[in-house]
Design a protein around this ligand. Structure first.
Ligand SMILES: [Zn+2]
Length: 165
């Protein structure tokens, strides 16, 4: 091996070590005090049985319902919004605001109930979020929401179930 080969090898080892460290340090959205959420894993056939066609399309195939079609847009009672897939409580009615977009919108969520990933469906990256228990797709989070968080969780109404208090 020449000196150049050695330098190349050392360089790639250094790169590997850095990548490993970055992976280990990667942060999650789940706050450390969040309750641990048990996963719900079902087969595709079980999901089809459990959900309506519209719910299945959004929750399991990352579809988007047409704007202004969900009765939950206008839901103003006190209560909790649950995942239509697994019944996990996701949002309180006090987290909801009228975004004018035609989809139920929230400026925050109950702690640790969603996992996120970046998607590039519209070329520009958007942050997709899904239920931490059943993995069901709910919507996208944008950073043009109101105070205090500045976030807008744009949620498909068909993926939610409202439970009044
Ligand atoms: Zn769920």
């Amino acid at each position: 091996m020449t000196r150049r080969d050695w330098l190349g090898l050392l360089g790639s080892l250094g790169g590997l070590a850095t990548a490993g460290a970055a992976k280990a340090q990667r942060k999650t959205d789940t706050p450390p005090d969040a309750p641990k959420i048990e996963k719900l894993l079902l087969t595709d056939a079980q999901w089809k049985q459990r959900l309506t066609a519209a719910q299945y399309q959004v929750l399991r195939e990352e579809g988007t319902e047409r704007a202004f079609t969900s009765p939950l847009n206008d839901e103003k009672r006190k209560g909790t919004f649950h995942c239509a897939g697994c019944d996990l409580a996701l949002f309180g009615s006090d987290m909801k605001f009228d975004s004018g977009t035609g989809w139920p919108s929230f400026f925050t969520t109950l702690p640790g109930v969603f996992d996120t990933k970046r998607d590039f469906h519209l070329v520009l990256p958007r942050v997709e979020y899904h239920c931490a228990r059943c993995g069901g797709h709910h919507g996208h989070v944008f950073n043009d929401g109101p105070k205090p968080t500045g976030l807008r969780y744009c949620n498909n109404g068909v993926a939610l179930k409202f439970v009044p208090t």
